[in-house]
Design a protein around this ligand. Structure first.
Ligand code: AMP
Ligand code: MG
Length: 278
């Protein structure tokens, strides 16, 4: 199954999240099958990133959004682990600082966009400025409603600089979220993740849904598409995202750069050095 085709939000869509099955798992019959493919995809991602890093003609920006416990941190860990930290990093965006608030909303984002040769993951992003900010009226509607277009322009500008942008919306149901909160309560190794905001935000589920739908419908563009990743099954979420990243990198036809020296000449120097030592 071509997961890019299946999960992409076509530009100009008017999708409703209620029409999407958060438990969808493609052709995978079992978690074990999905994990085998995840392994394969991670290997390809590692090899392709090496080429992207060497070639320095492309950059990849991966944007993760999703409600609390949707699995953004899990993707950073389980999907991104095969990439070499030299050339990759994850940038999380939290509540803006007082200084950041005095600037336009993209001011704090731009410095973390990837340079050629880099892969950067945004764990939350500029989209918070049309999500939490909208749901909680942190700025007036006339301010946030203009941001969709500003975001599209910003992403277009990045893509004209050879930054490929992949945006993943991790979609879970409220029941699945509650199950995950329960796990956090019961498992001491997960308790540090609990915040009381998580429960407060649940009360705004419908408002978040409306904000997510606008984000997906207004900001899925040719150059920076959104993918809705059914994420009730963590194993499907991971394999789907890894597949889309691997396919996207493959399509870049990345090439390692040609050597900058005359290899035959260097070979002679090597043999001479070896003989001298002997
Ligand atoms: P977490 O990702 O769970 O560590 O939480 C980060 C928090 O920062 C979330 O509650 C986000 O909604 C919040 N946040 C991120 N960006 C913004 C923003 N631009 N304005 C307000 N809150 C934000
Ligand atoms: Mg959280």
């Amino acid at each position: 199954m071509d997961l890019r085709k299946k999960l992409i939000v076509k530009p100009g869509s008017s999708l409703k999240l209620k029409d999407i099955d958060a438990s969808f798992h493609g052709n995978y019959k079992s978690k074990e099958d999905a994990i085998k493919d995840l392994e394969k995809n991670r290997n390809s991602m590692g090899e392709l990133q090496q080429k992207l890093y060497g070639e320095k003609k492309h950059a990849l920006l991966i944007v993760l959004q999703g409600i609390d416990a949707a699995g953004k941190d899990g993707v950073c860990w389980h999907v991104m682990q095969s990439m070499n930290p030299q050339g990759t990093f994850v940038k999380g965006f939290k509540q803006p600082t007082e200084i950041e608030k005095r600037h336009d909303f993209l001011w704090r984002i731009h410095p973390f966009t990837p340079g050629l040769g880099q892969v950067i993951v945004f764990n939350r992003s500029h989209y918070e400025d049309v999500l939490v900010v909208r749901v909680h009226d942190l700025v007036p509607k006339e301010v946030w409603s203009k941001r969709y277009e500003l975001i599209n322009d910003f992403e277009k500008m990045l893509s004209s600089n050879n930054v490929t942008i992949l945006k993943f919306f991790l979609y879970i149901t409220p029941e699945e979220q509650l199950k995950r909160f329960r796990k956090r309560l019961d498992d001491p190794s997960r308790q540090w993740k609990i915040s009381d905001a998580d429960y407060k935000e649940r009360a705004f589920w419908d408002e978040y849904t409306a904000a997510y739908e606008d984000m997906l419908n207004k900001c899925s563009t040719e150059q920076a598409p959104w993918y809705v990743i059914p994420s009730n099954h963590k194993w499907f979420r991971n394999v789907a995202i890894s597949q889309i990243i691997a396919d996207t990198l493959t399509d870049m036809h990345l090439q390692l750069p040609a050597p900058t020296v005359d290899i035959e000449e260097i070979r002679k120097l090597y043999h001479k050095a070896k003989q001298d030592k002997e």
